[in-house]
Design a protein around this ligand. Structure first.
Ligand code: OGA
Ligand code: MN
Length: 212
């Protein structure tokens, strides 16, 4: 079944080239999405999430007026248990494999090498948000594409928590279970509007190694 996936990559890459943003509805089955959701909920219930920080190095700090989400790094992990984390979680393992397919597909089509993957789980408790920003560079990696995989079944307009792409004709994306969004990291200003419900997602970046 290689052909449908190839067609989907062409469509997604076309949308990225044309609009800078692509929305991919359920590239993984809804059964896998449910499993990933359960695994992330379990990580949240077992104290794996930490308050998100702004900035880096000595200036890294918590600024709840900018973002008050909580996160759990998956790749690369500061935690020695990284491999175990995937070994015992088949949903995250399937997502990680899919992200690698996307990485290869985009590398070929964009004719650029994208060797690095970063990946984290995020949790926005009710009342939290992330003000408009562009995803910053970290460490030795230059981020090229951002991806977000949403994990919220039954999302409704009053729940808020939209991923809003800030540009003329702003695009507002509901964080529905199984939806996968990709955008060009350096150009796309975006925000997460106030959520009224617990809101879970996996966010990550495909990137180049930055010359030092
Ligand atoms: C981020 C981010 C968007 C979302 O984590 O940098 O912008 O919809 N996430 O969760
Ligand atoms: Mn962001």
């Amino acid at each position: 079944m290689a052909a449908p996936r190839l067609d989907a990559f062409d469509r997604v890459f076309g949308a990225l080239s044309e609009h800078g943003v692509a929305i991919w509805e359920s590239p993984l089955s809804s059964a896998i999405a449910e499993v990933v959701r359960g695994e992330v909920a379990q990580l949240a219930a077992t104290d794996h999430f930490r308050p998100a920080m702004v900035g880096r190095g000595p200036r890294k700090r918590r600024i709840p007026e900018v973002r008050a989400d909580r996160l759990c790094w998956l790749v690369p992990s500061e935690d020695e248990d990284d491999h175990e984390l995937f070994a015992v979680r088949p949903g995250l393992r399937a997502l990680r494999a899919f992200v690698d397919d996307v990485r290869r597909g985009l590398s070929e089509r964009a004719r650029t090498s994208l060797p690095t993957v970063e990946m984290m789980a995020t949790h926005y408790p009710p009342g939290t948000f992330y003000k408009a920003h562009i995803d910053q560079f970290v460490g030795g990696t230059e981020r090229v594409f951002t991806f977000v995989y949403f994990l919220n079944p039954g999302w409704r307009p009053p729940d808020g928590g939209l991923l809003t792409i800030r540009r003329p004709g702003a695009q507002e994306i509901e964080p529905r279970l199984g939806r996968f969004v990709l955008f060009h990291t350096p150009e796309v200003l975006h925000e997460v509007t106030v959520t009224q419900r617990d809101r879970y997602a996996i966010t990550g970046w495909l990137g180049r190694t930055r010359p030092r």
